[in-house]
Design a protein around this ligand. Structure first.
Ligand code: MRU
Length: 368
């Protein structure tokens, strides 16, 4: 997508063919800064402190992290150590494990001297595949937005509610939940997006709003708790979110608060759609509530908040009384029965074993 007229992906390799560059998302929306990752430790740090975040981008960064490790030392021990370091960064998004498995498969049988070029080629494939995948999610999701537009009798913009940032910043380009939104906007369907701020890290207020503003998509930031109210008043035509891990039965694990949005959507008859790439499906599990590890982050993300003062300084302030404990669960699971449909690169399907199996017959397995 474009940033002030310049096309960007969220991760790219420099002209030297080796250095890896990212947008530092911890500084958005107030500063747009790119950084260079030179070592696997820097790649792991970028994932852990969320300079890069969002399930697909975490996977792509891990892939390039393996490249950086092999550039220093292409041995088996270095490969194993890199995968261990990177896989320990964040537990919930399954794309991390998926990307590391892809990298290991691509290089582990090669002689050490041949590994580096193969690793960069594979990481580039993973990135390019994510771009193509998200664009296809956009095409399939567009048909759902067009249906909603038809249902309004072309009388007013389609009202879409989203949560967190499942935008191009969370992927390599396009986004998952936002790909249909960008395609609808670019295709002339009038839309308006309600952007949930997404405490505690405010990926909605800081990142999704920034993206939509840069692309000229009409949007309004709301506090997380306003979603149910808007749905009750008929001011949301459809919800569109991403997912960090989708079970083989269609449960979706996404940013904390997604479940509450899905409950409100069900109570108000609002369709709840989830956009996802194949790399987000964990075919090894069916029960998301029981089997998906939920990341717990530092309580300071709850007790403190960062922002720009009127004088332009970016600062962090404390919100809670001294001594109050804080719990910071980063994700929750929305059971499949609350999801109207999954939007994948292969099409739209029911959030169910049968639905996913119809799109990915080669991956579907009988129940364990
Ligand atoms: O903690 P984050 O910011 O990495 O969480 C991101 C999300 O929950 C996104 O909605 C999810 O990764 C889907 S993105 C394409």
């Amino acid at each position: 997508m474009n940033v002030d007229g310049t096309p960007y992906r969220t991760i790219w390799v420099g002209d030297d063919g080796r250095s890896v560059h990212i947008i530092d998302q911890t500084l958005l929306p107030h500063e747009f800064v790119t950084r260079t990752l030179s070592t696997v430790a820097e790649a792991a740090e970028a994932i852990k402190v969320m300079r890069v975040r969002g399930a697909p981008l975490i996977g792509a960064t891990a892939a390039y992290g393996v490249c950086l490790a092999l550039a220093e030392d292409p041995s088996d021990a270095s490969l194993a150590q890199a995968c261990e370091t990177l896989s320990a960064t964040r537990p919930t998004a399954v794309n991390l494990r998926w990307a590391l498995d892809e990298m290991k498969t691509a290089v582990s049988t090669l002689a050490a001297g041949n590994r580096l070029d193969a690793a960069y080629a594979k990481a580039a494939d993973i990135s390019d595949d994510d771009v193509a995948t998200c664009a296809a999610i956009g095409d399939h999701g567009l048909s759902l937005i067009r249906e909603a537009w038809d249902a309004t009798g072309w009388s007013r913009p389609v009202e879409i509610l989203t949560h967190c940032n499942a935008g191009w910043l969370a992927t390599v380009d396009w986004g998952t939940a936002t790909a249909p939104i960008y395609k609808a906007h670019d295709g002339g369907i009038p839309i308006h997006v309600w952007v949930g701020e997404t405490r505690p890290r405010n990926q909605g207020a800081g990142l999704t709003a920034w993206e939509l503003a840069h692309h000229g998509v009409p949007h309004t930031v709301i506090v997380d708790n306003a979603g149910g109210h808007l749905m009750q008043r008929g001011r949301v035509d459809l919800c569109m979110t991403g997912t960090d891990r989708t079970t083989a039965s269609g449960d979706v694990c996404n940013k904390i608060g997604t479940y509450l949005k899905a409950l409100a959507a069900r109570d108000n008859g609002v369709p709840f759609y989830v956009g996802l790439p194949h790399s987000t499906i964990d075919w090894t599990i069916r029960d998301g509530v029981r089997d998906i590890p939920i990341e717990e982050r530092d309580g300071s993300e709850v007790t403190e908040i960062s922002g720009r003062t009127r004088s332009g300084e970016v600062t962090t302030v404390q919100l809670t009384p001294d001594g109050s404990a804080a719990a910071n669960f980063a994700f929750d699971v929305t059971p499949a029965h609350l999801v109207t449909a999954l939007i994948t690169e292969r099409g739209v399907c029911d959030a169910s074993v049968e639905g996913l199996a119809s799109l990915y017959p080669e991956r579907a397995k009988p129940a364990a």
